[in-house]
Design a protein around this ligand. Structure first.
Ligand code: SIN
Ligand code: FE2
Length: 217
């Protein structure tokens, strides 16, 4: 029987998908937080606007970034670091809104990592064409805590490899509201984002926003 075009077909993707030992995708996990989350983010990025950081190799990143929390991740020609001060404003980063803390802790808990209390939330902004090359998140002192990564806006292809740079990454579509959590045996797995496809999101327009929460120390 042909499906009725107007019937709710629903999300065929599983709500929870284990992609490696210690790594899980939680589809739509953000939905109950969304109404509070988006306005809270707007306040943060007004106080600490997005900027394109320069890598230690001298390249301007295609992804624009900012942070909230007691420290923020920054890159400049001298290297990568966590800094309590936003170098653009000379002021501390905006505080991490309570709704973000709750969302990150709940997602970590759901993925099997209880008591997650991140100090840093890196906020990435991708416009079509922007990408993030394969890398490890290893500027933190504490690898015991997972990385919690929230996707908003346009869909992206998330690349998730292994412990070695040469491990061929698998590709996962991340949509608005999806969460990826990786920790334990996959905490140092290489990951990245393929060039963002053109599009227009009903709520956020022509961009993808990604939040990654890290316990730094
Ligand atoms: C990151 O690795 O920092 C971001 C990943 C993503 O944008 O999904
Ligand atoms: Fe990362």
């Amino acid at each position: 029987m042909a499906a009725d075009l107007f019937e709710t077909i629903g999300d065929a993707r599983p709500p929870r998908e284990t992609i490696a030992d210690g790594a899980v995708l939680l589809r739509g996990f953000v939905r109950p937080f969304e109404a509070e989350l988006i306005p809270a983010l707007r306040v943060v990025v007004k106080q600490a606007p997005f900027r394109h950081l320069i890598t230690p190799g001298g390249h301007r990143m295609s992804v624009a970034m900012t942070n909230c929390g007691s420290v923020g991740w920054v890159s400049d020609p001298s290297g990568y670091r966590y800094d309590p001060i936003d170098p653009d404003s000379g002021q501390p980063w905006p505080e991490m809104p309570e709704v973000l803390r709750r969302l990150a802790a709940d997602a970590a808990d759901e993925a099997g990592f209880s008591g997650f209390a991140p100090q840093a939330c890196l906020i990435n902004r991708y416009i079509p064409g922007a990408k993030l090359s394969l890398h490890q998140d290893k500027d933190e002192l504490d690898y015991g805590a997972p990385i919690v990564s929230i996707s908003l806006g346009l869909p992206a292809v998330f690349l998730f490899g292994g412990l070695k740079r040469g491990d061929t990454p698998r590709r996962y579509r991340l949509e608005h509201g999806d969460v990826a959590v990786w920790g334990g045996p996959s905490r140092l797995f290489y990951h990245g984002v393929a060039p963002l496809a053109e599009g227009e999101h009903s709520l956020l327009g022509r961009q993808r926003i990604n939040l990654t929460f890290r316990k730094v120390r």
